[in-house]
Design a protein around this ligand. Structure first.
Ligand SMILES: Cc1cc2ncn([C@H]3O[C@H](COP(=O)(O)O)[C@@H](O)[C@H]3O)c2cc1C
Ligand SMILES: O=C(O)c1cccnc1
Length: 344
């Protein structure tokens, strides 16, 4: 794809001028000031509008590799959590209810037919489970293309519903393994430098997980040089859909607040596929996974929060929404110093 347009530079300049003119000491608003300027540029208005239409999509899927000792939890948790999101009782559901964020969960590749779950949850399903990446490709080229288009379609649907800010979340036992492989492949790093404990595997399982990630990288070989080939080899239907969602948001000029490892790994690929996309992304939080920190650094993103969260689901992004709203409030509601001072 050709390079994407950046958030409006003229609006960015006007927002930076407004920030500099507020009745606060220069620079006193720190990152809140920077976030306000970014939000103004991405919304195309100074001051930026109130963020009252913030929408999270949770992409759910299973991973063949989860049956090979890489997670502290069994794959049966994935469909159980999809049902929990539908009921509004997951960790992210509580945060989203507290902060007025709309949540949508989508089964892109769960290895279960999710009987009784509303049909719209499965409207974009690509397949049941994705391949165990250390022994086979996650997806065929055709499945990867379909997952990418599904993610794009979902972003268009959310934008049509008025989204001012999109969030991306994940659900899938074992997904920190493909996400670590994706980051290693994009950054040219060995498995030992990217692999983390995910849901909390012990030392022996961490060593095994590193071996599995390295096997996946060795198996993919030179194919990692092309981002779409790398995704088919090393990711999953739900993660490719997330990449498509991020690319479409950036292409449509709608900003995205990223979450933890899966979200940020997908953002790396969105930037590889659509250079310039990262200018539309902010990082909600720093997770405990080493690959997330490495991917954030590559993208030049500084996370808003650092709470030691390692949940996924979009929880770290939702937790950061009040900080973004604070940034908007300051640019909207603080007087200009020039208006307070008598003319000379
Ligand atoms: C009850 C439960 C709820 C979750 N919500 C998100 N995750 C997170 O943990 C998983 C990734 O970690 P790993 O690669 O170690 O399996 C993903 O499902 C992710 O969304 C959860 C995990 C569990 C167990
Ligand atoms: O970094 C994350 O987002 C993460 C870490 C562990 C488990 N689930 C998600």
């Amino acid at each position: 794809m050709s390079a994407l347009a950046a958030p409006d530079p003229a609006v960015r300049t006007a927002a930076a001028e407004r920030l500099a003119g507020l009745a606060t000491p220069a620079g006193a608003l720190g990152r809140l000031g920077e976030l306000g300027v970014w939000l103004a540029a991405t919304q195309g208005a100074v001051p930026p509008p109130l963020l009252d239409n913030v929408r999270l999509v949770i992409f759910a899927g299973d991973h063949g590799v989860a049956q090979h000792g890489v997670s502290a939890y069994p794959p049966a948790i994935t469909p159980a959590m999809v049902r929990t999101f539908v009921m509004g009782k997951a960790g992210v559901s509580a945060l989203a209810a507290a902060h007025g964020v709309q949540v949508r969960v989508l089964d892109i590749g769960v290895d279960d037919d999710l009987e009784g779950v509303p049909a719209h949850v499965q409207a974009h399903k690509v397949r049941r489970g994705s391949g165990a990446i250390h022994v086979e490709d996650a997806l065929s080229a055709d499945e990867a293309a379909r997952a990418f288009e599904a993610g794009r379609a979902v972003a268009r649907e959310e934008i049509a519903a008025g989204a001012q800010l999109l969030l991306s979340g994940d659900m899938g036992i074992g997904n920190t393994t493909p996400a670590a492989a994706m980051v290693a492949a994009a950054l040219g790093l060995p498995a030992v430098e990217v692999t983390g404990r995910g849901t909390g595997v012990d030392d022996a399982a961490l060593t095994h997980k590193q071996v599995v990630v390295q096997q996946a990288l060795d198996r993919a070989g030179d194919r990692v040089e092309d981002p779409l080939d790398a995704l088919a080899a090393l990711s999953s239907a739900d993660l490719v859909a997330t990449v498509g969602y991020l690319v479409q948001a950036a292409e449509s000029g709608v900003p995205v607040l990223l979450d933890g490892l899966m979200s940020v790994a997908c953002a790396l690929y969105a930037e590889r596929i659509a250079p310039g996309a990262a200018a539309w992304f902010a990082a909600g939080h720093r997770s405990t996974e080493p690959a997330q920190a490495l991917a954030l650094e590559k993208l030049g993103l500084e996370p808003v929060l650092d709470l030691g969260l390692r949940l996924g689901e979009g929880s770290g992004a939702v937790a950061a929404v009040p900080v973004l709203r604070s940034a908007v409030a300051l640019l909207r509601d603080v007087a200009l110093l020039a208006d307070l001072m008598p003319p000379e």
